[in-house]
Write a protein that binds this ligand. Structure first.
Ligand code: IPM
Ligand code: MN
Length: 359
């Protein structure tokens, strides 16, 4: 089994190093190969997703990804910005199914900005379609002004679109995921306004006929945004399009009070996947050794479960993470009175120590 390791920018290198440490401690004989991506790749090789990095990712069974981006690249032309690396990987590897769990850990209930009773025990799963919608729809661009100038252009446009197969396959993923948990899917759309999402709703409803054991309801995205902060525990699995999923998954992450704890997985239909923390590159704290590596370590656990057929090892990592929280160890982002503040490396070491102690 081969893992492509793409740390990226900012805290990406620090947190991925800890996840690699945890994977090595499992001693499962994985081959791991590292490559540059994002701003780091742009600086060294002139492109955020160099051909060699893409090739490594394509040939691997799974990709462990850190984070990309820094404000200093904001002025680059779009094709060279760090974000293009992750969008390019999603498109080239056809990673259409993005799993973003929002779990509120018992010890961190009070870190949420919502009342503890609203989030205690929260465990919802957002399944975001990741390779379609307005993110990739053509045509897109800027209409040139009469003199051909880009800056003074009169208009810009993007295209929201979904094909039937794109909706069908993500709907299947959602119903199958729901079967393994609360057996309830909420499909989020904007069918009252957008034709694309009336179509989404129709196709999801059709696919649902094959899953009579799973409950399906439909919700407009504006209402979903409201329900997420009103009664988040009413959700089980949420399935939605690329853009709504982008927005709602950040909202859901914040309910848990600890974006530094949340992993994510992006899968194609060959079980190949890209695994990354739900948070970004945090350039403001990069290089200080204070970032929380747990989201990346938990992403490695998802990788073991979904792409590498090592469910037991995944369970072990998740147990080890719960153990270090129970020990009271906290990085700065989740630190509170009465707990022990540790840095990135110490947190990684603590997880490894718990793994070893499991015997
Ligand atoms: C995410 C990010 C990306 C997205 C950006 C960095 C392209 O916000 O993974 O949610 O919009 O999908
Ligand atoms: Mn996002």
């Amino acid at each position: 089994m081969k893992i492509a390791v793409l740390p990226g920018d900012g805290i990406g290198t620090e947190i991925v190093a800890e996840a690699v440490k945890v994977l090595r401690a499992l001693d499962l004989g994985f081959e791991m190969e590292e490559a540059l991506v994002g701003g780091a790749a742009y600086e060294a090789q002139g492109h955020p997703l160099p051909e060699s990095t893409l090739k490594l990712a394509q040939q691997a069974d799974a990709v462990l990804f850190g984070a990309v981006g820094d404000w200093k690249y904001d002025k680059l032309e779009r094709a060279l910005r760090p974000e293009q690396a992750i969008l390019g990987l999603r498109k080239h590897l056809q990673l259409f199914a993005n799993f973003r769990p929002a779990i509120c850990y018992e010890q961190l209930t009070h870190a949420s900005s919502l009342k503890p009773e609203l989030v205690a025990g929260l465990d919802i799963l957002i399944i975001r379609e990741l390779t379609g919608d307005i993110y990739f729809g053509q045509p897109r661009g800027r209409r040139a002004s009469p003199d051909g100038a880009f800056q003074g252009a009169p208009e810009a446009f993007d295209t929201m679109r979904y094909s039937r197969p794109e909706i069908e396959r993500i709907a299947h993923v959602a119903f199958q995921a729901a079967r393994k948990r609360g057996k309830k899917v909420t499909s989020v759309d904007k069918a009252n306004v957008l034709e694309t999402f009336q179509f989404w709703k129709d196709v999801v409803t059709e696919v649902h006929a094959q899953y009579p054991d799973v409950e399906l309801d439909h919700m407009y995205v504006d209402n979903a945004a409201m329900q997420l902060v009103k009664a988040p525990k009413n959700f089980d699995v949420i399935v939605t399009g690329n853009m709504f999923g982008d927005i709602l998954s950040d909202e859901a992450a914040m309910l848990t009070g600890s974006i530094g704890m949340l992993p994510s997985a992006s899968l194609n239909d060959r079980k190949q996947g890209l695994y990354e923390p739900s948070h970004g590159s945090a350039p403001d704290i990069a290089g200080q050794g204070v970032a929380n590596p747990l989201a990346t370590i938990l992403s490695a656990a998802m990788m073991l479960r979904f792409s590498l057929d090592q469910a037991e090892a995944a369970d072990r990592i998740e147990r080890a993470v719960k153990d270090v929280l129970a020990q009271g160890l906290r990085t700065a982002d989740i630190h509170s009175e009465g707990t022990t503040r540790v840095g990135t490396k110490e947190m990684g070491d603590a997880v490894v120590a718990r793994l070893k102690a499991q015997g």
